[in-house]
Design a binder for this molecule. Structure first.
Ligand code: UTP
Length: 406
């Protein structure tokens, strides 16, 4: 694209400040910035202006309770282990986020949660997985999604720690795409004079990113049937949980979602439900007050099951969703940028919109879902914030409660 076309395009999207800025740059700087602009898929702008979609028919969904799971755990475990032994399960670790709320400028997985010894988040996740490797006698492929921003640091960290004794042949690092960030008026932000402020494009596009990075064929050519997708920040989660896998297979449902029963109606977790009979997740900020407090006859919350970002997806169905254009969610985040005077600003409060696809939208593409309840005290210790709820402190407390020495 030549300069004229790029400027036309910027003008069409009301980027008049940026046009002024470009005109003040040296020829080399202009080339750098315009090469980046030429690569932008501008469809993200539509999500800024699109009207909220009218929701369909929303209804509560039932779950396999902790009690039900306990009574059948031997059966589920044996089905799950059998499937893992046959090489049917692989793992996908979502580690491409920027963890802005934690305010730690390295990849979140490299955070040391130990107090008297080193205990890194990645180390805990790998150790949890090794438990299942030992139980099944089978190495399990783990795909680790990073972004351009944290890929090198992540890979170097794993190498330096000898992959925490995981078999490196079974660890596959890949990179997700980036989207530009804008201020609240829709103006593209700059991270330096000649580069745009770019952010990872959310945790929903991992399947198409696997394809783009050439890893999907390897998956499709194998015996793999299931993919367990999980977030980097829950340090207590069970990964490749054979009981979850066995229960999902036994249920005959298309996919599985681990959930916690909400600690209180206002807890900030996405509520799982159905929309027009299909599994659906409503983000906590989209849940109406009526639904938040709506109770079943026994007094429990009708929309009380919150997802913890640990899902089982069937690979054959994911393949069919490859051409799907995932909706982009507009999320308010703190994004560093340079101002009109060329000064780098590091905001502590959200100042920008990021455009993200979300894993929860994939659930909606499934016919049905096994909602699998877990004990939050044993399996849910997310490290999201520096302090307060879902923070380093609460995660440490829960790790200690579960017998870890920190
Ligand atoms: P979060 O929603 O907590 O986002 O991600 P975040 O970017 O990590 O953190 P904040 O909101 O800025 O504090 C949930 C999971 O999805 C992954 C994260 O790494 C985490 O495991 N994720 C998020 C990605 O892999 N890519 C993304 O673009 C965003």
């Amino acid at each position: 694209m030549n300069k004229e076309l790029i400027l036309d395009c910027l003008s069409r999207y009301n980027q008049h400040n940026l046009i002024k800025h470009i005109n003040n740059l040296s020829a080399d700087e202009q080339d750098n910035l315009m090469a980046q602009i030429a690569d932008i898929d501008w469809s993200f702008m539509e999500s800024l202006h699109h009207k909220d979609k009218v929701p369909g028919d929303i209804a509560p969904i039932s779950a396999l309770s902790i009690y039900d799971i306990k009574t059948q755990s031997d059966v589920y475990q044996s089905i799950g282990i059998d499937s893992i032994k046959k090489g049917e399960l692989c793992l996908l670790l979502l580690a491409g986020g920027q963890g802005t709320r934690l305010g730690y400028d390295m990849p979140k997985g490299t955070f040391n949660i130990g107090t008297t010894k080193d205990l890194y988040i990645f180390q805990l996740l790998i150790e949890h997985t090794i438990d299942v490797v030992n139980l099944s006698g089978t190495w399990i492929h783990m795909y680790i999604m990073c972004s351009d921003i944290n890929y090198n640091d992540t890979v170097t960290f794993f190498k330096e720690h000898n992959y925490f004794d995981y078999n490196p042949d079974y660890l596959h690092f890949f990179v997700q795409e980036l989207n530009p960030a804008t201020d609240f008026e829709g103006n593209l932000l700059l991270s330096s004079k000649d580069s745009l402020a770019m952010s990872p494009n959310g945790n929903g596009g991992w399947f198409s990113s696997l394809k783009r990075c050439g890893l999907l064929d390897q998956i499709l050519d194998s015996n793999l049937k299931w993919i367990n997708v999980f977030s980097v920040d829950n340090v207590l989660q069970k990964i490749a949980d054979p009981i979850f896998l066995g229960a999902t297979i036994e249920s005959g449902k298309m996919c599985g979602a681990k959930v916690v029963y909400k600690a209180n109606p206002e807890e900030k977790v996405g509520a799982i439900c159905t929309e027009n009979g299909k599994p659906h997740i409503i983000e906590y900020y989209e849940l109406s007050e009526d639904m938040m407090y709506q109770a079943n006859q026994d007094g429990t919350l009708a929309y009380g099951y919150g997802v913890i970002l640990n899902y089982l997806f069937p690979i054959h169905r994911l393949k069919e969703t490859l051409d799907l254009k995932m909706p982009l969610h507009v999320v308010k985040k703190a994004v560093p940028y340079i101002n009109d005077r060329g000064e780098l600003i590091q905001p502590t409060e959200p100042n920008a919109f990021k455009f993200e696809t979300l894993a929860l939208d994939l659930i909606h593409e499934m016919d049905d879902c096994l909602v699998f309840e877990i004990d939050r005290e044993k399996e849910f210790a997310p490290v999201k914030n520096k302090s307060g709820v879902d923070s380093i402190d609460t995660a440490r407390e829960l790790l200690i409660k579960n017998g870890y020495t920190l």
